[in-house]
Each structure stands twice: as structure tokens, then as C-alpha cells.
Ligand binder design. Sequence first.
Ligand SMILES: [Zn+2]
Length: 391
Amino acid sequence: MAEPNTLLLALLFLAVAAGWVLGRGAASRDVADETAPPSQYYLGLNFLLDGEQESALKAFSEALAVNAETFETHITFGSLLRKRGEVDNAIKIHQSLLSRSRLPDVQKNQAHLELAKDFIAAGLLDRAEQLLKDLLELSEDHQLDAKSLLIELFETSRDWDQACQLTESQLSEADDGDPTQKAAAINARRKLSYYCCEAAEDRESAADLEAARELAQRALTWTEESVWPHIILARLDQLQDQPRRAYDRLVTAAKMSPERLPEFVDQLIAVSEVVNCREELTGLVVTLLSQREDPQLRVILADEYSARGDDGRALDIIKRGLNDKPSSRLLMQALKLLGEEVATPEVIEGAQKLVARQSAYLCGVCGFHGPSFYWQCPGCKSWDTLSRPTR
Ligand SMILES: [Zn+2]
């Protein structure tokens, strides 16, 4: 277990002092706490002075009487401990709060919610799910929080059906006249589209292509902004011998989101060969590149020329990119095209290693970076926020 930091201990120290004073005044409301000895407080101080931070933390937590006045302090301790990864201690604090029969229902329900968060952090999803479902029955005040946490939980357990049901129920309760609720509703529709895509890919993996198609079509009804449903539908078209339809869908997707083209360019090239449209595809990339400078598109276009043996034109495309918006990927591509007359295999390999060392994807929300693409950021759980840095 990590050592508690000084700030947390200082907070505990002050809170125990204040809490104990308040607790004395409120002792008549919770007889069990009346006799809570302040000796734990002094014991904690001794541990702190001796540098035994873990023992000090435990003693301070035990010293603080639980009553309606100190309740928020306990909740804050528990939440801090959970955020520090000390989930076992957070669970102990919140379970101890729930065992107090004299606390008002509203505070018990809050402890209930915090305990559910602890269980989620500990990976005990079944227990968290039951707590949150109970809370939905018990408390009007915690409906919003409980539903949001349940949705997060269903995302984590990849239960897309339940995630959809709950998000749809949130959506039906939203008031479109309220600007905040309107924005939340737009966000909920986007999420529903992603859930349907996840479910569609699960069905596709299980070779249930009709169910996968139905889910991907449903994703399109929630929002027209995402290219993901088009990519899935195109894959299903290919599997069901409809290459022309697949090609058209992917071309639509490329025009909608040129920045996502690298994620499905291999699929688009393969299907363009089947329907004899490779030239047309090259023309599309030329058009997209004329609309926005993007080193990824430049590399795709250079590859298109190289594929038909026109390395001179490919090199020209890369050189222009190096001039306008240099990146290590473009430099590596240039070295590869210049070949052994200019760069030895070791130099090209070195450049490739340099490119590989840079993170291929970066989340625009939390800064998570890694070599693989995910529709949902593994760091902050936001959807469609990973992109390829253009450096
Ligand atoms: Zn993120």
C-alpha cells in the first residue's frame, strides 16, 4: 500500500480535532460514540510524529466520531482514500457509516452511493450493481448519480444492452427546453450510437451478421456524426458479397471524417480493388488532402502512387509535406523512398524505430497515449477522442 501523503494526514488531523469537538456536542444522538476515546487522537499524533503514517491514518479515522455533523468528513476521507487506491480502507469507512442506525436516510443513501463507487474501484461490479439498483428504489435524490454510475458500470462490464436501456430512460426524462439537459441529451444519443456499435461488433464476432447489421443500423439512427457504424456495415457488406455497397459506404465515411481514414484505409483499398475503383480512390485522397493538410493523408497518397510503381511522384508528395508540416513519419517515408543510394537500411530502420517509439494515438481529453486505436479512451472512458498526433 502506498504511504499516505502529508496533505491527507494534515487534513485528517484537523478534521479529527474538529470532528471530535463537534462529536461531543452531538453525542446524545449516537450513544455508542459518546464514549469514543480521544486517546486514539493522541495515539495518531504520536504515530505521525514517529513518521508512521499508515498507523496514524488508521488511528485518526477511528478517533473521529460518526454522527450527522461529522458525516461529511467521513465521506471525504473515504473518497480521498478511494482516489489514492486504498479501496479496502474506503470500503471499511463507508460500511461503518452504513452500520449507524441513527443516521438520517439521506446520509445513509449517500454512504450507499460511496460504497458502490468503492466496489466499482475494487472491480466488485456485481456488488456495486446491486447497491446501485437498490439505491434507485430507495432514493429519489440519488437517481441521477446512481443511473450515471450504473451506466459506467455496464460500460465496464460490456453489457451494452443494459447500458442502452438505462441511457434511453435518461433520454426520455430529459427536458429539451433546458439548455443543459439538451446538451446532455445530445451526448446521450452519441453514447447510444457507440453502445450499438460495440454490441454490433460483439454480434459480428459471434457470426450473427443479421443482428450485427440491425445494431449498426440502429447506431445510425442515434447520430449521423460517427463513421463507426459505416465501417461496421461496410465490413458486413463485404462478408455478404456486396463489395460495391461496402465501397460506397467507406467513401462516404472518408468524406465525413478524413481524419479517421487511416483506421479503415486498408479495408477501403481492398474493396476498391474488388470493384476496380483504385484510381477513383487515389483521386478521393488527392481531394481530401487539398481540403486539409494532414501528414496521415499524405502518407496514404504517397503509398497509393508507390503501389502503382510511381515512387517519384510519391516522394514529391512526401517532400511537400516535409516542407509544409514536417513529421517524423514523413521523414521516415522519405528515407524509405529515397532508398539505399541515400539512406542505408540501418538509417531507415533507425527512423522506423523512432516513429514506433512515438505514441501512435493520443486522447484529446485526458492525454492517454498508446500504440492502438480504441473508440473509447481506456484512460478517461470518453468516446471517439483518440487521434494520431500530426508531429
Ligand atoms: Zn482519455
